[in-house]
Design a protein around this ligand. Structure first.
Ligand code: CAP
Ligand code: MG
Length: 411
């Protein structure tokens, strides 16, 4: 059954119950001048027991720990890695196997890790402490998508000004406010002071309007500090924290989940384009799976309409990976963000449905009448979608939405 050795023969191995439990199956998109079967064997060897030439001692270990090519057709290579090759609770090591040296192999003209079946490893991961259901319960919101914002400008505001903008946003009834990815704990806006001031304002708004709002304070930092920083934030009253999972690392999120920090974790994915966009890299669905395993509650998965480049198939797949039953983990939120404003709501909700967080930064704070009105216009766009009305029709009786249409054009 194993494919290794001199022959270029590829044997199709069905995903039976046995290899579901004993193999981690990976799928790669590959372009190369050499025959795909040969390339597939090279990848399997490089990422498991082999190297570019035969090494005598490999014979001792290959049978038990060598990866096997399952299929190699067109540009798709499927490889099974025996579970014993992994240190199960070590994401960096797992990535070194399934997404390691292969991207640098000289003979490859394209190489993308498209999917990983983490089956036998999932039991080592707790998944998120908070999922869609818990977040809905905290907010008391059950019948609509969540609407959030990113404080803009992304850097430069003092803690006091940040808190004022947050207050303006929450007054519109918003569900979530988050820091932008470049704001952490700089001198012009120290994290502890900012967090305390923002939470103070949000509590006052909650007393006034009777509804809470999450503030995802960005605790992204080095491995030596992140747990302490997140725990300190929770001590100071944070009701959500944000982590940039690709710059901080998957294990940073896992560390927070293992500590049971007691608040949901919002996962931003800055730098993802360097991995997900090119001919070499890692497709978003793989990042979505790892995020859910490591404990993210909200994950940026892209917009069906917005300012960022998109791969619709990968957004569809990520959306489903986060929300479908899987390994007993809680269902978590896809976040649609990047250039959203009321006119972009319909297309996103048509594809995401209501279990999504719609996030608009410029599309809220850039409303000509300011942040609170901008929030109302976003909610009105959601209502129009729910009532199956056009924005133009709905705007006739909703002046906030009318203002957004005037500012950014018809839908
Ligand atoms: C959105 C955003 C997010 C992007 C990242 C920004 O702001 O804060 O970081 O959504 O993209 O700075 O661009 P706007 P993605 O609403 O003002 O565009 O979610 O695709 O990772
Ligand atoms: Mg941002």
């Amino acid at each position: 059954m194993a494919i290794h050795g001199d022959k270029d023969l590829i044997i199709q191995v069905p995903l039976t119950l046995i290899n579901i439990m004993t193999m981690v199956r990976t799928t790669y998109y590959v372009e190369a001048d050499a025959p795909i079967a040969k390339v597939a064997k090279e990848i399997a060897a490089e990422q498991s027991t082999g190297t570019w030439t035969e090494v005598a001692a490999e014979k001792e270990v290959h049978e038990k720990l060598g990866a096997h090519v399952v299929s190699a057709e067109g540009n798709t290579v499927v490889i099974d890695f025996p579970v014993e090759i992994f240190e199960p609770d070590n994401v960096p090591q797992i990535l070194s196997v399934v997404a390691g040296n292969l991207f640098g192999l000289g003979g490859l003209k394209a190489c993308r890790l498209m999917d990983v079946d983490f089956g036998p490893l999932t039991k080592y991961y707790n998944g998120p402490e908070f999922g869609i259901e818990e977040v809905r319960k905290i907010l008391g919101v059950y019948d609509r998508p969540l609407v959030g914002t990113i404080i803009k400008p992304k850097v430069g505001l003092s803690p006091k000004r940040t808190a004022e903008v947050a207050e303006q946003a929450a007054l519109g009834g918003l569900d979530l406010i988050k820091d932008d990815e470049t704001l952490t704990d700089q001198k012009f806006c120290p994290l502890e002071e900012r967090l305390t001031m923002v939470m103070d304002r949000l509590h006052k708004v909650e007393d006034r309007i009777g509804k809470p709002c999450f503030y995802a304070v960005n605790v992204t930092c080095g491995a030596d500090m992140i747990v302490e920083r997140a725990e300190r934030a929770v001590e100071l009253g944070a009701n959500m924290v944000m982590v940039d999972i690709l710059t901080a690392g998957f294990s940073a999120v896992q560390a927070l989940t293992d500590e049971k920090i007691g608040v949901p974790i919002h996962i931003h994915r800055t730098m993802h384009g360097a991995l997900t966009r090119g001919k070499y890299g890692i497709a978003m669905p793989v990042i979505s799976k790892l995020t859910r395993m490591c404990g993210g509650t909200n994950l940026h998965t892209g917009t069906y309409a917005g300012k960022m480049e998109r791969n619709v198939c990968e957004i569809d797949a990520s959306r489903d990976i986060l929300r479908k039953p899987w390994a007993g983990y809680k269902r978590v939120w896809p976040v649609s963000s990047g250039g959203l404003y009321p006119q972009k709501v319909r297309e996103n909700l048509d594809c995401y449905g209501i279990d999504v967080i719609l996030q608009a930064g410029g599309g809220i704070h850039g409303h000509p009448e300011g942040t609170t009105v901008g929030v109302k216009a976003m909610f009105q766009a959601v209502e129009a979608w729910q009532q199956q009305k056009t924005l133009e029709e709905y705007a006739k009786t909703h002046k906030e939405l009318a203002g957004a249409l005037k500012q950014w054009g018809p839908s």
